[in-house]
Ligand binder design. Sequence first.
Ligand code: SIN
Ligand code: CO
Length: 375
Amino acid sequence: MTPAAFMRDIWQRKPLLIRQAVPGIVPPVSAESLLELADRDEVESRLVTHFRNRWKLEHGPFAADNLPSRKTRQWTLLVQGVNLHNNAAAELLAQFRFVPDARLDDLMISYATDGGGVGPHFDSYDVFLLQVSGRRRWRISSQTALELIPGLPLKILADFSAEQEWVLEPGDMLYLPPQYAHDGIAEGECMTCSIGFRAPAYRELAGHFLAWLSETVEDNEALSGRYSDAGQNATEHPAQMPADLVRAVSTRLKAMRWSEADVSEFLGAHLSEPKPTVEFREPSSISLRKFEKLARIHGIVLAPASIALYDRNHFFLNGEAYEPPAELAKWLRKLADRRSLSAADVAASANLPDLMETFHHWLEEGWLLLAPAAL
Ligand code: SIN
Ligand code: CO
């Protein structure tokens, strides 16, 4: 199935099992390296155990001796954002860039021992569940009853009734749209990659947007100044809210205006913001002159954790919005779409005003690297 057909007929609409979606798959990390990643402070990880029929959830980091033995049944280690720390995982994720980056969350890898899983649940995410080693039995259901068992440390459906089930082998992949009930249970030791795409909730975006809008005060005449109440009468009811205060604030709030371009700028900055746990590697400091020389020879790449987006007028990198002139925008867009610029691209663009200085600044932030990116 082509990406075009998948997006047209399946995406957000229905589940799809694809046998051998990635034939001959090599796990991007070994189980040992995944367990090591879970011991790092900057890596988000969770341990789910289901011993003696009781669900338990713990958050990492996990030193090796804090994890159950690999011989013990029924536990799962989930490591978020493996693409941020591992080149092979980042390359695997790049195969899913037929979906816009603005929708991407991350690539999570789970390691489970026999019988391990996180219980029947649903996610608010579109997810591709790619089996990378061992076997896992997936059971799924289109049920609309999504009540959860109260009082548990994880979200487990109170009433799960499977309609379809398959055992996935390495290379097999299951796509699930948001809110689709599912339960995956390891058959022997296994590893599964979840390539997840967040569907932002309007309510959550609205909160962030209004905060963003109120911070861009210069553009918002309605919010300038401060309430004044010259002429307020001496009151006998000091606790009562002054009607004038409510009226004045209400008038100003109603006068707030924004355009679709403002919304686009907000979304670009918001959706390119790295997660709070992300740390960029401290780059070795080199002069602008030396950077330019090396970039002309090797080209440049975005750091694996960098998020780059653009719209008609802006380029966004890790939460920062830039408004580059057209001749620069062309190269920044190419950098964002390909996540790299070749040596030839750098040579062709190096003389444009400010571009090399900007790249050098990003290099110093750890947002951009000289190619090839050695992690
Ligand atoms: C897992 O990999 O065990 C859980 C993934 C999921 O169900 O979302
Ligand atoms: Co899930």
